[in-house]
Design a protein around this ligand. Sequence first.
Ligand code: BES
Ligand code: MN
Ligand code: ZN
Length: 503
Amino acid sequence: MVRLELSSKSVKSVPADAVVLGAAPAAGSGGGSGAGAPVLLGGEDLPRATRSALTRALADLGADGAAGSVHLLPQVEGVQAPLVAVVGVGEQPADPEALRRAAGAAVRALAGRRRVALALPAPDAATAGAIAEGAALGAYAFTRYRAAARGPVEQVVLLVAKPRDKALRAALERARVVGEAVAVARDLVNTAPGDLAPADLADAARDLARGTGLSVRVLTETELAEGGYGGILGVGQGSSRPPRLVVVEHAPKGAKVHLALVGKGITFDSGGLSLKPPAGMETMKSDMSGAAAVLAAVKAVADLDLPVRVTGWLAVAENMPSGTAIRPSDVLTMHGGTTVEVLNTDAEGRLVLGDALVAATAEQPDRVVDVATLTGAQVVALGNRVSAVMGNDDAFRDEVLAAAERAGEQFWPMPLPQELRASLDSQVADLANIGDRAGGMLVAGLFLREFVGERADGSPVPWAHLDIAGPAFLTSEPHGYTHRGGTGVAVRTLLALAEDLAS
Ligand code: BES
Ligand code: MN
Ligand code: ZN
């Protein structure tokens, strides 16, 4: 994990292998090519001559300040560090997320260097925190199976006027916690599915909890059978590696609010007997991204010791075809008694989540959020950068959207049209696990809604459903602070939501 520091040193003389400045498109250029030299951001303490030399160099390179562009300038006169990196921040240079992405892109481009100083403009602690977070997220590499060709940056120094400022230091500590938590989620997702059976994910939760105040409870297949968790057991029964329900809890004394988080933890989704085609399976080690995000978020909440009770429920199973697998038309009895006819074994996420939602809401939390790589339809609707939010309570759904916005994660609200619910009717059971193909993301959300428990007054627990199928795993070019593979999406939104509920 990268080390984050604050320093009041000047860009001129900070000891580092590289210093990072920002660039925004020239005013009125529209950011298009052929625009004038970009505007330098940060490094105001550099001599005039150095700044104009930098600006000229950028113009010669055709740099336009476009978001994510990085230009490396060696041996800049007046700067002691051997390398100046100028990262484009784009059209909204004051937006924290633009700076988070710029810091991430710069730190990614500087992999292989040990110590990097960031001089991006940070007018307040929140902005500094975003920059530090972007840097921490950019300084990542997955090295379980192969050393990184160029190791991630090891030290990041934020150049600020008042390095002892309390709010700044808190923002830096939060950025460290976020960086670490997101790396935990990414590492779990990137791990080969052969090395991450359900029991291994449970062990990972136990390992992570050690030394924190977190409690971990693991239900084995025997306990799942005793508890009537037919969804998790049914999905897991085709695998030689049995399923688990993992409960991770941060329960500080005096907490007034209880947030339940439920994560889909399919360690590999082959589709089961409704087998996926080969191409559709290639990224299905990422089908536990929801569980990974929940686990990482609960860890971050504990690290920051937020005054809110957070219970994470990881519904973990491997979806495999075999002689013991569930068959299309089998009927499962879910935790709580609802029967489900499984018409497609590839619609397995909703089966494990249904069980976990019933268990999570039986504790009467104030809010419940589930996170899942649930549907291909999510990817069709919103692509690989934007996740979906659905729910049974518009006000709570908007709270989740506000938390995501603050965290710098892209989420978009989606409806749960009542008209689609009938398509989930079964000829033989309470529900079928598939319905209308059109609106498949919404149909899946409607299925989950059936498993959200009620409060004492008969009203449902306010619930939000996050479908992260597209954004959870990156197969195309890296961008900003996002690397190829597991992205750790939703960790920051869940943490921000817990913070909002704590305050
Ligand atoms: N894990 C998949 C959804 C998925 C697809 C995630 C692509 C990420 C990328 C899920 O279990 C699934 O297979 N869903 C089916 C449901 C269908 C059979 C109703 C789907 O979306 O095709
Ligand atoms: Mn599936
Ligand atoms: Zn799945």
